[in-house]
Design a protein around this ligand. Sequence first.
Ligand code: ZN
Length: 331
Amino acid sequence: MKNVRNGIVAILCIVFLGNILGGEGTSVVNTVSNEVVALNYFDALKVKLEKGMVKADLILLVDSLLEKENIDSNVIDLLSLKINEEYGAPWPIDTNPYPAHDVYKSWNTLMPHPYKSDICRHDSETTLSLTDNFMNCGYEHPIEGVVTSRFGWRNDRPHNGIDIDLVRGDTVRSVFRGVVRLAKWTGGYGRTLIIRHNNGLETIYAHLYKIMVQPGDIVDPGQAVARGGNSGASRGSHLHFETRYKGKPINPETIIDFKKFELLSDSVVIRKTKQGYVSFQPGTQFHKIKGGDYLYKIAGMYGVSVNQICKWNGIKRNHILLGGKELRVSK
Ligand SMILES: [Zn+2]
């Protein structure tokens, strides 16, 4: 019966949203089906709450959805919003004492990814300082180990961080000064630590064996904050390390040199794209594609190889160049 109802809701919503948005687009259909899925989960959670489930368990249950590979993270966001609307935020909202309040205006100690995409809507490009007084005393590497998996697409799924090999129990350190936002078990991440820094970056340390700090703790760069491990959806002990801005993952290798265990430079440029953000070093050159351009020609213009261009832009040699788009053509 529920499925029938949701089917009808979905069809009505498609027609309704279609009218508002002027018709077409698969994104409309996706949005609606995400909403329907989220509502389904919400109904199920409601039953559990009515049967006496406490809020802490409810949050754990929502987190456990992150483990399920076929669930769109937007569904979890929608579900969280719905829970907030209906039951009030079960987490502290008083945010003023926390870092980068201007950027986030919220402080959530229970959900790893609580941010709505609204907070990036008006962004274009911003330069984040990594070493000034504001960041207090610079950078320390989280754990000096070999990188075993990089940021980017992996088995048709995005890998939102970088994996560093370790032995269970090895010390994991905070990279910058910041305040612990989240320190708990969260679905696929296993035991997870999230630290918010003054420049708005958040760093995530996942699959931990032991967490040694609590939400609200101020941590310094290099401070031992956890022991590495293999918790959550992990095969073999390693640290899964993410850098995020406004909730969107950015490639840690545009900020940190994982071989020298140091920052690449004093700042990083973050540019809004359709999907989220890209980040790069200040001074990085871009080429705006024009009619008649091809990779070999562009490579010649900037004295770099086609291979380098492909690597910097995450494209293949046979990538179709669209006029007006930009290609990164320098380090
Ligand atoms: Zn990973």
